[in-house]
Design a protein around this ligand. Structure first.
Ligand SMILES: NC(=O)c1ccc[n+]([C@@H]2O[C@H](COP(=O)([O-])OP(=O)(O)OC[C@H]3O[C@@H](n4cnc5c(N)ncnc54)[C@H](O)[C@@H]3O)[C@@H](O)[C@H]2O)c1
Length: 347
């Protein structure tokens, strides 16, 4: 294997074309785009032409000797089949979230890849946001004190569209909670550790499609902290500031706009105590908070570079399949809570 991982893409026409190919695979220092496959041959040919890749006419044609790894960017309900095909072909696979439609599917996907001895990653790329890495470091250093409460918000305007897979739980697994809430829950588990119990409401406040357009989940962490995740398909993009708030016994870390696809947003820490540990990137703001303003990281490039490096170094990726399974377990508990009206333990 050369020092550049040759990537194949399944589902080339959506986020793959918009972000992960141009910003991730094309820019990564250890990756190159080889082959793309999409069930829409016209879109696939366009993507192949746009990025100088080979268009495959089938999965079988994609999963050949000419690729070392696969990025799966298809709708949620076909992730299982696509990861299975990769496992059978012995190709390491970075799967978009959610990892399967159910906990059982996620577990089987992990087992299949384990048996084939290949890496399986779940594309929670928001873990790579530079401000999130800095906040995590502060928390790990104990600067926030004991975790107390957090809020993660991700909302957008998503009107009814005929045959949109996210608007039907049979193809999306759920609505705003499954699609965007998964990112929020994953980030909060990164900051505060495992969620033990959840209480959740979902509904359709504005849009009449079958998936929920509204969800609020309350999370109870194993360490005693609390959090809320609010995620809506019926709040205009400009109206949602995609807030991230982390509170502890020694202060808070507050952000707007860091949860999202691009390197953006602003984060300020209000922490008690000695500030000698802050580095030069963190300037004092007028309101006495400390602006957390590290060099931006392109999250798509970071996830592709790490996964490629994991293959080259024969190790697990930083954002591995166990995180996809965790996410699926917490999301499943949330939907069960919304259905039953009771708090539900994450098992
Ligand atoms: N991390 C992120 O920033 C991010 C952002 C958006 C979407 N996503 C995830 O990416 C995945 C795709 O979402 P999207 O917004 O790109 O969806 P999309 O509908 O825009 O694109 C999906 C593509 O897959 C193709 N496709 C559908 N079924 C297929 C099949 N059976 N075989 C081959 N190709 C098939 C479609 O033709 C389409 O081109 C989802 O899992 C979603 O959650 C992640």
């Amino acid at each position: 294997m050369s020092n550049k991982i040759r990537w194949g893409v399944i589902g080339s026409g959506g986020i793959a074309r918009r972000r992960t190919i141009p910003e991730g695979i094309a820019k990564a220092n250890n990756a190159t785009l080889s082959t793309v496959f999409d069930k829409d041959p016209k879109a696939n040919a366009e993507v192949a032409n746009q990025f100088g890749a080979t268009p495959a006419a089938s999965l079988r044609e994609l999963l050949t000797e000419s690729i070392d790894a696969v990025y799966v960017a298809t709708p949620a309900h076909v992730h299982y089949d696509h990861v299975k095909a990769c496992a059978e072909a012995g190709k390491p696979v970075l799967c978009e979230k959610p990892l399967g439609m159910t906990v059982a599917q996620a577990q089987e996907m992990i087992a299949m890849c384990g048996r084939s001895g290949i890496q399986l990653g779940c594309a929670f790329m928001m873990r790579f946001v530079a401000q999130h890495r800095e906040a995590l470091q502060l928390i790990q250093q104990g600067r926030l004190g004991q975790p107390v409460y957090a809020r993660a918000q991700l909302s957008c305007w998503y009107p009814p569209i005929e045959k949109a897979w996210r608007q039907d739980p049979a193809t999306g697994g759920g609505g705003s909670l499954m699609d965007m809430g998964g990112h929020c829950i994953d980030l909060l588990e990164m900051f505060f550790g495992n969620v033990a119990k959840v209480s959740c409401f979902i509904g359709n406040t504005i849009h009449g499609y079958r998936s929920e357009d509204s969800a609020v989940a309350t999370l109870f962490f194993e360490n005693g902290a609390l959090a809320t995740v609010d995620t809506f398909f019926c709040i205009p993009d400009a109206g949602s500031k995609n807030v991230l708030e982390l509170y502890g016994s020694q202060g808070s870390i507050l952000a707007q706009g860091t949860i999202g696809q691009g390197p953006a947003g602003r984060m300020i820490a209000f922490l008690e105590g000695d500030d000698r540990a802050y580095d030069a990137q963190q300037a004092r703001a007028a309101d006495q908070g400390v602006v957390i303003d590290p060099e931006p990281v392109n999250t798509y490039q970071a996830e592709i570079e790490d996964f490629s490096r994991a293959i080259l170094e024969d190790r697990q990726p930083l954002i591995g399949s166990e995180l996809g399974l965790r996410s699926q377990k917490v999301l499943t508990a949330c939907y069960e809570s919304a259905r039953s009206g009771k708090a539900v333990e994450v098992v």
